[in-house]
Ligand binder design. Structure first.
Ligand code: ATP
Length: 319
């Protein structure tokens, strides 16, 4: 019986558990035996590998986080550590390794591939910043969480006639800021892809105030600015003293949205179907409504940045 091992790595994201459940049950259905590795790549080195049965993954589809735990393990960039991990997987007789995580986790999977390990990566990060896919599991839940939070902060900003700065996650990408900004009616989004000088931000605030707006919501992607700096600048260059809310880990937790749970099920199904057909070393990418196996090499050249037209729409709709 062929053996599949799976691990979750990098930042946790809503839908990781839904993917663990779907991979385990679909793999068992196809005749594989399944193993779960605790704490990402670190768990391989620590021999934290245990069998996963269908009943072990019951009741987790709607839970946030990951039952396998996750870890940041920078030592895995070291070739000697990778070789040790490869040998441990060989000793356990693991035929295929499925990595659930973001682009760093995919780099970890690719390093094992170069040593001869068969791998598949399931894109799962709230940041939606991976090549080879237009969508990562966890993103939809995260933007819904942000939209909910912005709505609450808007009530207070409106009542107090204040400018509200809200810092959101996204690492080096502005997807979370842009999409949640569009959905929540933010006046401005500051994203790393289209740097906006802070003078322009102040000009925009003054202009919308002159148009009769009594409060403003500004979403700052963590990769665009240090949000405290934005707050200070606006305070020193306008008549407003903005509030600052850093949403932080709030965005990573919670039950996955239906969209994320469905995507987790479908990407997991594709991953196992690929392995049945001896297709591996690819990511399960979401491209134009379809889920496809994209080889790692090809994925590198498929970059989906944020949409400029949508970015400009936020500004148009804020007047
Ligand atoms: P998120 O988008 O949520 O941050 P991620 O998968 O990109 O998820 P990282 O911390 O970048 O998160 O990577 C997760 C883990 O993958 C690292 O802690 C490390 O163990 C491994 N990893 C990252 N980059 C590499 C690399 N270049 N080579 C080998 N392993 C890597």
């Amino acid at each position: 019986m062929k053996k599949i091992a799976l691990l979750t790595s990098g930042g946790d994201a809503p839908g990781m558990n839904a993917a663990i459940r779907a991979i385990t049950r679909k793999a068992i259905h196809e005749g594989f035996s399944v193993y779960g590795i605790e704490r990402g790549f670190e768990g391989i080195i620590n021999n934290e590998i245990r069998p996963l049965h269908a009943r072990d993954v019951g009741g987790i589809i709607t839970t946030g986080g990951t039952i396998l735990r996750t870890a940041r393990y920078p030592e895995f960039k070291n070739l000697d550590v990778q070789k040790r991990a490869y040998q441990i997987l060989q000793d356990f007789g693991i035929d295929h390794l499925i990595v659930i995580g973001g682009d760093g986790s995919q780099a970890g999977a690719e390093s094992l591939m170069r040593l001869g390990q068969s791998t598949i990566t399931i894109p799962c990060t709230i940041d939606n910043d991976m090549n080879g896919t237009q969508y990562t599991i966890g993103f939809d839940t995260a933007i819904n969480t942000v939209v909910d939070a912005v709505g609450r902060i808007r009530d207070t900003s409106n009542s107090h006639e204040r400018v509200a700065i809200i810092e959101v996650m996204g690492r080096h990408a502005g997807h979370i800021a842009l999409q949640s900004g569009l959905a929540s009616g933010a006046e401005l989004v500051l994203v790393p892809e289209y740097p906006m000088p802070l003078d322009e931000v102040c000009e925009h605030i003054n202009k919308t105030h002159q148009l009769g707006k009594e409060y403003s919501i500004i979403l700052v992607a963590e990769g665009a600015y240090e949000s405290g700096e934005v707050k200070e600048y606006i305070k020193n260059h306008t008549y407003f003293d903005p509030s600052l809310t850093v949403l932080g880990y709030l965005q990573r937790g919670g039950a996955p949205s239906a969209l994320d749970a469905i995507l987790a099920a479908r990407m997991s199904e594709l991953a196992i179907d690929c392995l049945v057909q001896n297709i591996d070393n690819c990511i399960t990418g979401y491209i134009d409504g379809q889920i496809r196996a994209i080889p790692y090499e090809k994925a590198k050249h498929m970059r989906f940045g944020i949409d400029k037209q949508q970015y400009e729409l936020i500004s148009i709709l804020s007047h």
